[in-house]
Design a protein around this ligand. Structure first.
Ligand code: SAM
Ligand code: SF4
Length: 330
């Protein structure tokens, strides 16, 4: 029911439930961030109404993200409510992207709620380096969170942002570890979003190059596996594991884009890499029914752009999009 001007059906919504986070990853946030005042945020009830409006309009998959979604107070309530939509078949899938810091306490309830898969962001297996990348993160806590998620029966995909000179010596180790643990692994190109300290051209590492290097050591076979996202997957024959590549810069994946993103204040971005947006919060608050918000969603989708134009370029050393990834949700 949500079809954009290019005939792409929008069936996937990523909802950022908070802009706050207990980490300060160097490529994602500046160390000192100004967060939104709480009153600007959609309440959990509003997030649920909004999700239901999307579901009524044909959305089949919802991902909760952030900021760090699991640090939002009482987020488990929303997870359980949306989990009910999975259990009664109105939603095909509910997933979460998390930094893993809260999983040790929450994994059991998340799994019981009806979540089957989660993405955990982990850029390194070296505790020291982990601290340098995340600035505030606690490696041991994340590892015990990942173990708890595995024990709870959640399928895990590890997201690793490829950072030149930082973790590019660790791909082999990460592939081997994920293979041994039974986790999928996804490598992500760093995207020029938001002001950070430092120069992004120093971080950028094209995954086409990474893949060529990996092929010297591993046998990578292309497979048609898709999770509804932009990743292209290969099987690592030596481990039997799946390895995905998300390459917004070196290979544009917009043609098959099936998603929109909503921020924690109810702004819908029709494209991660463009500024155009639709405000849904006022429509939600203007009436108890969902007609106004559905109209606002439809109107926004009718403006979904064809694609992004990310570039990382030394001459133009400013982000392609000014907002941080933690605002739109990764
Ligand atoms: N806090 C959660 C986490 O880290 O998984 C969810 C939100 S985070 C913004 C979602 C994903 O976006 C993470 O995998 C993170 O590594 C990635 N990310 C953040 N900033 C990025 C950037 N500039 N380029 C590429 N990926 C980025
Ligand atoms: Fe927080 Fe995730 Fe951004 Fe890291 S990538 S600062 S964990 S929102």
């Amino acid at each position: 029911m949500l079809v954009d001007p290019f005939g792409r059906e929008v069936t996937y919504v990523r909802i950022s439930v908070t802009d706050r986070c207990d980490f300060r990853c160097v490529y994602c946030m500046a160390e000192h961030m100004t967060f939104l005042p709480k009153r600007e945020l959609l309440t959990l009830e509003e997030l649920l109404r909004l999700s239901d409006a999307f579901i009524d309009l044909g959305v089949r998959k919802i991902r909760l993200t952030g900021g760090e979604p699991l640090v939002r107070r009482n987020i488990i309530w929303l997870i359980e409510q949306l989990g009910e939509r999975v259990k009664d078949g109105r939603l095909e899938e509910l997933t979460i992207t998390t930094n893993g810091s809260q999983l040790a306490q929450m994994a059991e309830r998340i799994a019981a709620a009806g979540v089957r898969r989660i993405n955990v962001s982990l850029d390194t297996l070296d505790p020291e380096k982990f601290r340098r990348i995340t600035r505030w993160g606690d490696f041991a806590k994340v590892m015990s969170g990942i173990e708890a998620a595995k024990r709870a029966g959640l399928a895990i995909k590890i997201n690793m942002v490829a950072l030149k000179g930082v973790n590019d010596d660790e791909f082999d180790r990460m592939i081997a570890w994920c293979g041994a643990e039974g986790f999928d692994l996804c490598l992500i190109e760093v995207m020029p979003m938001g002001e950070i300290e430092g120069d992004r051209t120093d971080q950028y590492l094209p995954l086409s190059l990474v893949r060529r290097r990996l092929e010297e050591r591993w046998t990578l076979t292309d497979i048609p596996y898709r999770t509804g996202g932009p990743a292209r997957y290969v099987r690592v024959e030596e481990t039997g594991g799946r390895l995905g590549f998300i390459t917004p810069l070196s290979h544009n994946f917009c043609e098959s884009c099936n998603r929109v993103r909503v921020t924690c204040t109810g702004t819908m971005y029709m494209c991660l890499g463009q500024e155009d947006r639709a405000e849904l919060r006022e429509a939600l608050r203007a009436s108890e029914g969902d007609e106004l918000v559905k109209q606002a969603i439809l109107e926004g989708i009718s403006r979904k752009p064809k694609g992004h134009d990310f570039v990382i370029d030394r001459r133009r050393n400013r982000p392609a999009v000014r907002r941080h990834m933690s605002v739109t949700g990764g």
